[in-house]
Design a protein around this ligand. Structure first.
Ligand code: GRF
Length: 195
């Protein structure tokens, strides 16, 4: 681990598939004075993902991994995580499900951000389902990843009120803004309470 002012920094790998706003926020966090993390490697399964531009702009190493063969893809990922001495994986809009192999090797070292108040609304299309069910509140959650989808221990959650005028798009926009800020806080909390 790299040292900063006597403190150790966690070597982080962020996994993305698309837009990358959570990645952007994590990069900003890593650049803050006394940040507990250093983003060492970005993994992306989609070569046209917009988020890769944040890696390029910030000169962070990135790896595009084709998922045509999941086993091969994961082996490549594992080799690179090891090579870069990664301590913590942050999934940020990564649209592939990790196999038990990776989850076991990085047990309690993989975080994910999900746009709902877990355990409610696991899986995809959360905002659409939340609106359809006339929920009064929604939110976002940072949680540890285990072998069940969106079901690991919750690290941090933020509740957001839903207004009558909201639709899935307005909601997605508001939730995303909050996601971008809680991921940083969740990492801090995770480090303070779990490591
Ligand atoms: C976020 O809503 C995240 O919660 C979900 O996928 C989206 C990724 O957005 N898992 P971005 O790529 O970080 O902008």
């Amino acid at each position: 681990m790299e040292k900063l002012n006597g403190k150790k920094k966690l070597a982080v790998s962020v996994f993305i598939s698309g837009r990358g706003t959570n990645l952007k926020s994590l990069i900003e966090f890593s650049k803050k004075k006394n940040s507990p993390i250093k983003i060492v490697l970005i993994i992306c399964n989609n070569k046209t993902a917009k988020g890769i531009n944040y890696a390029k702009k910030n000169k962070i190493k990135f790896l595009i991994v084709s998922y045509k063969n999941k086993n091969k893809a994961e082996n490549k990922i594992l080799i690179n995580l090891k090579k870069n001495k990664i301590n913590l994986i942050c999934l940020a809009g990564f649209m592939k499900i990790l196999s038990k192999k990776i989850i076991n090797i990085y047990k309690n070292r993989i975080l994910n951000i999900h746009p709902s108040l877990l355990p409610k609304y696991k899986g995809l299309n959360t905002h659409k389902r939340v609106i359809k069910n006339n929920e009064k509140f929604t939110g976002c959650t940072v949680h540890l990843v285990n072998s069940k989808l969106d079901a690991g221990k919750i690290i941090l959650q933020k509740k957001i009120k839903i207004y009558k005028k909201d639709n899935e798009y307005s909601l997605a926009k508001r939730v995303l803004k909050v996601e971008n800020s809680i991921y940083q806080k969740a990492i801090k909390k995770f480090i303070e309470t779990n490591l």
